[in-house]
Design a protein around this ligand. Structure first.
Ligand SMILES: NC(=O)c1ccc[n+]([C@@H]2O[C@H](COP(=O)([O-])OP(=O)(O)OC[C@H]3O[C@@H](n4cnc5c(N)ncnc54)[C@H](O)[C@@H]3O)[C@@H](O)[C@H]2O)c1
Length: 307
């Protein structure tokens, strides 16, 4: 595994061969429905064993029954103990006891009480912040556990015997576009890019990588039927869950992909439904690159994983 180096956008138009992933074990949170289910299906289709956690017991059990090579665990990702259990179950489900890939997918969207205005004659009420609890706290729990398992498996010193591991965080169009009226959701999705930026330079110490998948509108249960119909009627072309699944395999199958955000887009923008917008670096901007150097000067990556 190499230390982080920006080498331009990932070519998302090429054929790729994910067959070497066969036999590995992955964790998908929120895997019982929607995009999480698509990630589970794409992984299983190439022979990856998948342990997936979800709040939806009925949906999870149904999917586990349908797909050989999967294990469903009831898990609320905003609950630390639930996630500890999910990772333990995944390790015992794995043929080798190892977890290679972790997809921190579980996420919710709610009317945003940070934004909503009560009325002129009401005191502002403390806002409900469950989007932060699930989308940020839950994803940070997943991140901590993924790092723990990856380091335990691979050690903390780069070597040629380390087996590739990868953490995938889930952003959104709301992770880089202006989405009016949704400060909580936007904060939670921009946050995933922040986590990735913080980890991508040190991941090589434990033989790992970290990337973000940012889906555009995909028709799932995250919004109501009416809300999706409204978006569609406004002339927006949706992205496809299956393309998100292929995007995941594109990232996992190439050990050189580290520190990228891949946008799962409408097909009108990308022939395979996903593309690297190359938003995570400032190539060509010497000033920001100099600032980045200075940012790390007091604690360079070369000083070690923990200093
Ligand atoms: N669908 C879209 O248009 C879209 C766009 C951008 C980003 N995303 C992101 O993709 C991810 C998946 O969304 P989706 O569209 O598939 O939504 P979905 O609602 O269809 O599915 C989400 C799944 O996560 C589960 N879940 C919710 N909260 C959970 C929790 N606390 N613990 C465990 N499981 C939980 C649900 O039960 C469900 O099975 C989310 O992070 C979402 O923000 C979706």
């Amino acid at each position: 595994m190499q230390s982080y180096k920006h080498a331009g956008p990932v070519d998302c138009t090429v054929d790729f061969d994910p067959s070497h992933l066969k036999g590995k074990t992955a964790i998908v949170t929120g895997g019982a429905n929607g995009l999480g289910e698509a990630y589970v299906r794409s992984l299983v289709a190439i022979g990856v064993k998948v342990c997936f956690g979800d709040l939806d017991i009925e949906g999870g059990m149904k999917l586990e029954e349908e797909l050989q090579g999967t294990k469903f665990i009831r898990c609320d990702t905003s609950n630390w103990d639930d996630q500890v259990q999910l990772f333990k179950e995944a390790a015992s489900f794995s043929q080798t006891g190892k977890i290679a890939y972790v997809i921190a997918n579980a996420g919710i969207h709610r009317p945003d009480e940070v934004y909503l205005y009560s009325s002129n004659d009401q005191e502002p009420q403390k806002p409900e912040l469950s989007v932060i609890d699930v989308n940020i706290c839950g994803s940070l729990y997943t991140t901590k556990l993924a790092l723990h398992y990856f380091m335990k498996q691979n050690g903390q010193n780069p070597s040629s015997v380390q087996e590739d591991t990868c953490l995938i965080l889930i952003g959104s169009g709301a992770a880089f576009l202006d989405v009016p009226r949704a400060p909580q959701y936007c904060a939670s999705k921009w946050a995933m890019r922040g986590v990735m930026h913080s980890l991508r330079r040190t991941a090589f110490y434990y033989g790992s990588r970290v990337n973000v998948i940012s889906p555009w509108y995909v028709k799932t249960k995250i919004l109501s039927e009416e809300a999706f119909a409204h978006v569609s009627n406004a002339g927006v072309q949706f992205a496809e869950a299956e393309d998100a699944g292929q995007c995941l395999l594109r990232i996992l199958s190439d050990k050189n992909i580290n520190g990228h955000s891949i946008f799962v887009s409408g097909r009108k923008w990308a022939s395979r439904g996903y593309m690297d917008l190359d938003l995570e670096d400032f190539s060509g901007n010497a000033l920001i690159q100099e600032m980045q150097e200075d940012q790390m000067r007091p604690a360079p990556v070369s000083k070690g994983l923990f200093i």
